[in-house]
Design a protein around this ligand. Structure first.
Ligand SMILES: [Zn+2]
Length: 252
């Protein structure tokens, strides 16, 4: 059992949201009971995730995508009301960390994705230094983007959309989880032979063809499954709490 304010202080000190310009509020988004026993982590505070966390008996949730985003008008109606109502009815705390959770050098989405693909960043690039870049890992030695796509499909259990560039051997690999397709140009400028992210938009196809750098869209959800449970496990370890990761399948 831990006091809520101790858990909150620990998370804030770990993830340092004050260092980021973000699209929504980071930290405690919905306040529930003052003591925490069991944490549930997940990618998004969707209704399905909240329902599963209630069933699991969680009293604090740690997610990457919270409830409130820039551009919303603030009304708790419709689907948003349904999510908030469930949290309030069960006195559940909701912690959400967006960019701070992508960026954290050990527990963040990018670091944890790199861990699974055997990549270690030796530099950062792009806006707010969210992009990670490093030498291709042992699994990529002497291979090209086609082989990398097959390896990612096996690791993430989801086939990426591949723009293979010019088929060059991979020496430097750059990555940024989620909807970071806009970081492709910065990844190219940073010297990447391949850039791995979650989503793709129209311009990246041309850039891959014209620069020869491979682009792999590996799924927004699929690339952001690892940060929240890594942080939650660290909180659980710190305070002796229970932790369960709940993955709500998402094709995106
Ligand atoms: Zn995301």
């Amino acid at each position: 059992m831990a006091e809520l304010n101790e858990v909150e202080s620990f998370l804030q000190a770990l993830l340092r949201p004050e260092a980021f310009k973000d699209y929504g509020p980071n930290g405690l988004q919905v306040e529930g009971r003052g003591r925490v026993r069991r944490i549930a982590s997940g990618v998004t505070a969707s209704r399905a995730f909240i329902d599963a966390a209630i069933t699991a008996g969680a009293d604090a949730l740690i997610v990457h995508h919270g409830l409130f985003w820039r551009g919303q008008d603030g009304r708790l109606t419709g689907w948003l009301k349904e999510r908030v109502k469930r949290l309030m009815a069960h006195d559940i705390n909701l912690f959400a960390y967006h960019l701070p959770l992508d960026a954290h050098a050990e527990f963040g989405n990018n670091a944890q994705l790199g861990l699974r693909l055997q990549w270690r960043a030796d530099a950062r690039f792009g806006e707010q230094d969210l992009g990670f870049i490093g030498d291709a890992g042992p699994g990529d030695a002497g291979t090209n983007a086609d082989e990398l796509a097959a390896r990612i499909a096996a690791v993430l259990q989801r086939a990426p959309l591949l723009l293979r560039g010019d088929g060059r051997p991979l020496r430097r690999v750059a990555w940024c989880s989620g909807g970071a397709q806009g970081y492709f140009e910065a990844a190219i400028a940073a010297g990447a032979d391949a850039f791995v992210t979650g989503e793709i938009s129209e311009p990246q196809a041309h850039l891959a063809a014209e620069t020869g750098v491979a682009f792999l869209a590996c799924g927004h959800h699929a690339t952001e499954r690892y940060g929240a449970p890594a942080v939650a496990a660290e909180v659980a370890r710190q305070f002796g709490l229970e932790h369960v990761f709940i993955d709500i399948a998402n094709p995106a």
